[in-house]
Design a protein around this ligand. Structure first.
Ligand code: PEP
Ligand code: MN
Length: 483
């Protein structure tokens, strides 16, 4: 699988860029490394993974790239959402279904608000590896290895040793989840001929109730009108595209699902992005290229985006669209260097910059980043996406990790305003959410308080918006677009 890449040299005799292969990351310094005791079992799991079929295909990846190009050009909006840490146990009918329904409903609201098509990417079917700020934590007064996500170890204190069998477990849970997503969509879960349950009963504030009901009435009326005039000849009201994504953290896993495959000829090619060979990455005459087939979209986390590090090295060679988290500690000059490394051919929509500054920092930190990109030769090539979750995590007086709905919305609002001022386009949002009635973030129309957090706090990592809070966030963003 690991075929040799030829060294390519830049024009003008510049030094050649190092050779890339799916395993070249292993020569680079790595953060968040997984060090197993039982290497033999790891190798066994990895060779099993190497033989298993792709979970997603190049055709689908290319289709997503075509849509993301539109997002970068300001012609579409990107909604990405799902759990912080997806557990193998979430591979279950109701949990999957409620998340699909929520993402679909949110996307309808955003289509209404932005008057643009919405590209949907679930943080699902593979979001099993978590970066941690500390390798150990105190559990019942005992120093214990941290939970690093179901692909590595278990949450229960006695399961914290890294378990190589989980690598294969991750593949099968990912494949089963995506199988059910595909089956549900092809069986009509997204069929807009069916009435939708908007459940606005919890909204106490009469003004908000009127506002949200007005949006729902408007969406319902538009759908009714389209059905009446028979505007659904292509069956577009019956089905949708829903793509998957996760943080590409555990590179040994990602490497084994990276396959050299033929570029699909039937996917539409607006700009022929595929003929553009990347430095050091061999796109051979056979039309084959490397695709990560574990998910459509992969991102690099805030802790692993070192330009000379293993994660960036791995990501620079794959055809998939890539996200990069940009936080308060990202030096402005690093962003252009990251873009040059990850997208030397300046493919439009290839890179999504996922900014997560925090409500109190976004005003000072975001504008220089936007200017650095938009005043460079990368102007207009990136998707700016706001993750208003990760810069707004706080602890309650009793030590519970939470986020306030208002902080999340303030960061989003500020980000929208800043992009407007800078003349750039906020192309999307990235949210941690679940379709269940959890109590992990405070605020929103339900009025959840610190004291309510213990009612149904089930996240094993970061606090998520529940179904009502997530939908309300979509209403607020849509309202903002329409103002
Ligand atoms: C996450 O998205 O769950 C995450 C860990 O984010 P970040 O890398 O931005 O901290
Ligand atoms: Mn998180």
């Amino acid at each position: 699988m690991d075929s040799k890449s030829s060294l390519s040299s830049k024009e003008g005799g510049a030094p050649s860029v190092a050779q890339w292969s799916p395993s070249s990351w292993a020569t680079k310094p790595i953060k968040q490394e997984a060090v197993y005791e039982d290497r033999k079992s790891v190798e066994k799991s990895l060779s099993k993974l190497e033989r298993l079929p792709p979970i997603v295909t190049p055709y689908e990846i290319v289709k997503l790239k075509v849509s993301l190009r539109d997002v970068a050009l300001g012609k579409a909006f990107l909604l990405q959402g799902g759990d912080c840490a997806e557990l193998f146990d979430y591979c279950e009918e109701n949990a999957i279904e409620s998340k699909i329904k929520l993402l679909l409903q949110m996307s309808l609201v955003l289509i209404w608000g932005s008057s643009k098509p919405v590209v949907r990417i679930a943080r699902m079917a593979g979001q099993y590896a978590k970066p941690r700020s500390s390798s150990t934590e105190m559990v019942n007064g005992k120093e214990t290895p941290s939970f690093r996500g179901d692909i590595l170890n278990g949450f229960e204190p006695e399961e914290r040793e890294l378990d190589p069998a989980r690598l294969v477990g991750a593949y099968f849970h990912s494949a089963s989840t995506l199988n059910f997503i595909r089956a549900s969509i092809s069986s009509g879960i997204a069929d807009l001929h069916r009435p939708l349950d908007w459940g606005l009963g919890h909204v106490q504030d009469p003004e908000l109730q009127t506002k949200y009901s007005g949006i729902v009435a408007s969406i319902t009326e538009s759908l009714r009108f389209m059905r009446t005039i028979g505007a659904d000849t292509a069956g577009q009201l019956q089905t949708v595209d829903l793509y998957t994504s996760h943080e590409a953290l555990l590179l040994e896993y990602e490497q084994r699902l990276t396959r050299r495959m033929k570029v699909p000829s039937s996917a539409s090619r607006p700009h022929d992005p595929f003929s553009l060979a990347r430095d050091g990455v061999d796109l051979a005459a056979d039309g084959k290229a490397y695709y990560n087939t574990s998910a459509h979209f992969l991102w690099i986390g805030d802790r692993t985006r070192q330009i000379d590090g293993a994660h960036v090295e791995y990501m620079r060679g794959i055809e998939n669209p890539i996200g990069v988290k940009i936080g308060p500690t990202t030096p402005t000059q690093d962003i252009i260097e990251l873009l040059r490394t990850l997208n030397p051919s300046k493919e439009i929509g290839k890179i999504t910059l996922i900014t997560r500054m925090g409500a109190s920092k976004v005003r000072t930190m975001l504008p220089p980043h936007i200017r650095a990109v938009e005043c460079s030769d990368y102007a207009g090539t990136v998707i700016w996406q706001c993750d208003p979750m990760h810069g707004n995590t706080i602890s309650t007086a009793t030590g519970i990790k939470t986020r306030q709905f208002l902080d999340i919305f303030i960061e989003l609002q500020e980000t929208l305003a800043i992009h407007q001022e800078q003349g750039s386009y906020l192309g999307g949002v990235h949210l941690e959410l679940t379709g269940d009635a959890v109590t992990e973030c405070t605020g929103g129309s339900e009025g959840l308080k610190d004291d309510d957090l213990s009612l149904n706090y089930t996240s094993f990592c970061d606090p998520r918006l529940n179904e009502k809070q997530a939908l309300e966030m979509a209403f607020l963003i849509a309202g903002h677009f329409r103002e």
